[in-house]
Design a protein around this ligand. Sequence first.
Ligand SMILES: O=P(O)(O)OC[C@H]1O[C@H](OP(=O)(O)OP(=O)(O)O)[C@H](O)[C@@H]1O
Ligand SMILES: O=C(O)c1cc(=O)[nH]c(=O)[nH]1
Length: 178
Amino acid sequence: MSDRDELLQQIKDKAVVHGDFVLSSGKRASWYVDLRRVTLDGAAAPLVGRVMLDETAGLDYDAVGGLTLGADPVATAMLHAAAARGRALDAFVVRKAGKAHGLQRRIEGPDVKGRRVLAVEDTSTTGGSVLTAVEALREAGAEVVAVATILERGAAGRIAEEGLVYRHPYDVSDLGLG
Ligand SMILES: O=P(O)(O)OC[C@H]1O[C@H](OP(=O)(O)OP(=O)(O)O)[C@H](O)[C@@H]1O
Ligand SMILES: O=C(O)c1cc(=O)[nH]c(=O)[nH]1
């Protein structure tokens, strides 16, 4: 089975839940995809790294990250998958709010100023979270070359409005949902 097919099966088996949920945006939904159960799973996380690298092949970036928390294990999975392929890729974490002590950084990790970066998420419904990360990255002087998520849940139009390239290996139709 290909990495892409294997990861899709892992998502179906481990992350999809049905019920009545309030989403990050405040909207309600009858299904939820808890991708943390995949991105923090020992068998699935390496697949996340490889599939997301493959999905973004051809884009020129050397650092990856997004708004904590969902983006964090996506970025580190990509970092490790890249290292296994002999490619140097840094990761970063965008805080939801600035930090008042220590170095008072909003974006943690190697400096992103002047670098070509990829903004990632586990999933994107309205695009609010990933676009918050894009804004913080631009403020910090990074060039955001694209946005990438594991699962596109409805944000494609909003991301396109911002003129950003958007890559995602799966959307809701792959899960038979929506
Ligand atoms: O496209 P959006 O409408 O922004 O929704 C998607 C966001 O919702 C989830 O995070 P959540 O806000 O639950 O926070 P967490 O990452 O800290 O768990 C998910 O990880 C995305 O970041
Ligand atoms: O919109 C969200 O908050 C959201 C949807 C979803 O399926 N999974 C998730 O982690 N967040």
